[in-house]
Design a binder for this molecule. Structure first.
Ligand code: C2E
Ligand code: MG
Ligand code: MG
Ligand code: MG
Length: 275
């Protein structure tokens, strides 16, 4: 297999840089936990009516020793295809829960953490034990966790996925559908799966005010979420105009640069101190 890869890289010069860097990056990913190269950012999720931080999304960052900061958009797919996402995802869960406990012990009132889960983690049989163990280790209750799963990753929502998400939900963890509206999937899963929250993808939120269709889509998703008794969050809110629209439509929560970019743990602590 390795020889085949080398041949491919040798004979296809244009493709080779990409192939080499992905190959090398995957090799480096293998050591990233042990070498302490990962850290977390936290982005506030704010109540549209309250204006208060009600939750925060945990976003993984990789400080590569040579390449510098690598975007999760780049390395998460490699972590998924190599299977490393299972260990990395567990590191994210444990580190995030530990951080939340630390903030709480300092007296900050923080209800929730929203953590991204890859489809691979859901297919992996041990996710339920992993979540249960980390909650026990860190002394958090399941209600402190919201797990985000992209709509696209639910495309083949097998009985296995339904069973795993149901078990997580019964544990008391909240389940959110991330990037809602981009998955091209039939909406029937909304009835089959134990979902608490829809996160409207940034691409729709961006269109608020500019494109009439975009505005209509956001309004329709909020209305649908309300009638299904789901919480709805708008991602990527950058303008006051977008927020005003979300207020008028009674969207529940928002996150985006308008309120805050993702922050380091130290920056978040400063922010909480002032809140
Ligand atoms: P996501 O879960 O949809 O996260 C939201 C992304 O939008 C984040 O990008 C965030 O920094 C960005 N964002 C937030 N507000 C704004 C805004 O107002 N404007 C713009 N332009 N962008 C905004 P980020 O941190 O680069 O993460 C990208 C994706 O990588 C995430 O999308 C998620 O799918 C994935 N990801 C990040 N951390 C993890 C992780 O721990 N596990 C897994 N499986 N995936 C992760
Ligand atoms: Mg997310
Ligand atoms: Mg998203
Ligand atoms: Mg996204």
């Amino acid at each position: 297999k390795a020889a085949g890869r080398n041949h491919f890289m040798f004979f296809h010069a244009d493709m080779s840089r990409l192939a080499v860097s992905h190959y090398a990056m995957t090799a480096d990913l293998r050591h990233a936990i042990a070498r302490d190269e990962f850290f977390l950012n936290f982005q506030p999720i704010v109540g549209v009516q309250s204006g208060q931080i009600e939750s925060m999304e945990v976003l993984l960052r990789w400080q590569h020793p040579v390449l510098g900061l690598v975007s999760p958009v780049e390395f998460i797919p490699l972590a998924e295809s190599s299977g490393l996402i299972v260990a990395i995802g567990e590191w994210v869960l444990r580190t995030a829960c530990t951080q939340l406990q630390e903030w709480r012990s300092l007296g900050y009132r923080l209800p929730h953490l929203a953590i991204n889960l890859s489809a691979i983690q859901i297919h992996h049989s041990s996710i339920l034990q992993t979540v249960t163990r980390i909650l026990a280790e860190t002394g958090l209750t399941a209600s402190a966790l919201e797990l985000e799963i992209t709509e696209g990753s639910l495309m083949n929502n097998t009985d296995e996925v339904v069973a795993t998400l149901s078990a997580l939900s019964q544990l008391g963890v909240q389940i959110s559908i991330d990037d809602f509206g981009t998955g091209y999937s039939s909406l029937s899963y909304l009835k089959r799966l134990p979902i608490d929250t829809l996160k409207i993808d940034r691409s729709f939120v961006m269109d608020i005010g500019d494109a009439q269709d975009g505005t209509a889509i956001v309004a329709a998703i909020i209305a649908m979420a309300r009638s299904l008794n789901l919480k709805v969050i708008a991602e990527g809110v950058e303008s006051a105009q977008q927020l005003a629209f979300l207020q008028a439509q009674e969207c529940d929560q928002f996150q985006g640069y308008l309120y805050s970019k993702p922050l380091s743990a130290a920056e978040m602590r400063q922010r909480l101190l002032r809140a």
